[in-house]
Design a protein around this ligand. Structure first.
Ligand code: PMP
Length: 428
């Protein structure tokens, strides 16, 4: 069966034919390719197409697909049993590796998704502080738990749903919204609610409204304000963790949060995520403390094996982040060159191996700026990129993820594709 046939069947069985909304390709008005397999920098669909992959499973595949070391670790673990629901030495070893890479993770818990990690971190912060309010930023996405589906990014932006149906108003009453890169908007909330705010959560590099880097001093400003009010600062590093640096965005920018959430890379492509931080906060988690949080599959041995193999690869190759930077800079340059050559109104934002092109003449520093991007231009750009065998996120609001498996040939092909895609916009 081809993608179209499978999709028709899928739509009968699953909402929109998919298990997560952005996969449905609605924003670009296309049928999604159904994937058969992936290898290194390439992904293959059931229709016989081979693409250069710039989605990388939305982040985890920073070293490319099906790395032998990770696959072997998964097989070895699976043969010993796929789940025990009991503690293993592997979990302890992985936790130690994470703490070595990210010293602010004094203690941690493993869970199964980024959503779960964030939901649990916020509960911990509330339990620790005895406060109810939280602050999040417009356009930042932190998973689909009820209290965070307010002004969220990712698929919610694509679908143009400001809030989700099915979330009682009462569940979001304690969620306060600030503007990304706008410390004054944060200060105003703290002036009014300061002593009642348990946690402020931020994507240190916003990557769910397209990529929007923090302006100089923004993250430090958040650190200073939260410290002053005794509020727990949570960095949601589900995307940035182990991507910008081994020590994540907190290392890259030199600002240390009280708590951090990791997902994606930390599980090596298996369902795994982690939350953690200061010991005194994590001591509040059951069974040590009164904040309940649990999981049948948490610390799953196969996921732990994949995550451990992935982190070992990243830790054992000190040049990996330099190579990612070089490859990403080259792609950024291809975008910038074509933007100039064809006189396109566009902005290119990049931090390390995360980047976005926005079709607007306004520098993109906030959610408001993001919303000036021309989505019809994006859809056109997307179609030409796809026709040139580029597998990129089918949405303006998702990042372009660069991986270390990209070859010279892939990069040259990408440069040609970008030139072709932007030249078509000029024709418009
Ligand atoms: N936080 C951030 C910053 C994310 O990008 C995502 C997912 N893209 C999540 C949380 C939720 O993670 P998951 O999809 O694994 O639930």
């Amino acid at each position: 069966m081809n993608s179209q046939e499978i999709f028709s069947k899928a739509c009968e069985l699953m909402p929109g034919g998919v298990n997560s909304p952005v996969r449905a390709y609605r924003a670009v008005g296309m049928t999604p390719p159904f994937i058969e397999r992936a290898e290194e920098s390439h992904i293959f669909d059931v229709d016989g197409n081979k693409y250069v992959d710039y989605v990388g499973s939305w982040g985890p595949m920073i070293l490319g697909h099906a790395r032998e070391e990770v696959v072997r670790a998964v097989i070895t673990a699976a043969v010993r049993g796929t789940s025990f629901g009991a503690p293993t030495n592997g979990e302890v070893e992985l936790a130690q590796m994470i703490r070595n890479a990210v010293p602010s993770m004094e203690m941690m818990r493993m869970v199964n998704s980024g959503t779960e990690a964030v939901m649990s971190a916020i509960r911990a912060a509330r339990g620790y502080t005895g406060r109810d309010y939280i602050v999040k930023f417009e356009g930042c996405y932190h998973g689909h738990s009820d209290g965070l589906l307010v002004k969220a990014g990712s698929g919610l932006l694509t679908e143009n749903v400001p809030d989700s149906a099915g979330v009682p108003k009462a569940f979001t009453d304690t969620t306060l919204i600030a503007r990304y890169n706008d410390l004054e908007s944060v200060q105003r909330l703290f002036d009014q609610y300061g002593e009642k705010i348990a946690a402020l959560i931020v994507e240190p590099v916003a990557a769910n409204m397209g990529v929007v880097p923090p302006e100089e001093g923004f993250l430090q400003g958040l650190r200073d304000i939260t410290k002053q009010y005794g509020t727990v600062l949570i960095f949601d590093e589900v995307i940035t963790g182990f991507r910008l640096a081994l020590g994540g965005a907190q290392d890259y920018y030199g600002v240390t949060p009280d708590m951090t959430t990791f997902g994606k890379i930390v599980g090596g492509g298996m369902p795994m995520a982690v939350y953690g931080g200061r010991r005194e906060i994590m001591d509040c988690i059951s069974p040590t403390g009164p904040v309940y949080q649990a999981g049948t599959l948490s610390g799953n041995p196969v996921a732990v094996a994949a995550g451990t193999a992935m982190l070992k690869l990243l830790m054992g190759d000190t040049a990996v982040y330099e190579r990612l930077e070089e490859k990403s800079a080259r792609i950024e340059n291809a975008f910038r060159t074509a933007v100039e050559k064809y006189h396109i109104k566009a902005q290119v934002n990049r931090v390390g191996s995360l980047m976005s092109i926005f079709f607007t003449d306004r520098p993109v520093k906030s959610f408001d700026d993001v919303q000036t991007s021309d989505l019809a231009q994006f859809a056109k750009y997307f179609r030409v990129m796809k026709a040139h065998s580029m597998y990129i996120a089918p949405s303006q609001y998702e990042a372009f993820f660069v991986n270390d498996a990209l070859s010279e040939a892939d990069l040259q092909m990408t440069e040609r594709a970008i030139d072709a895609a932007l030249s078509k916009l000029f024709d418009a």
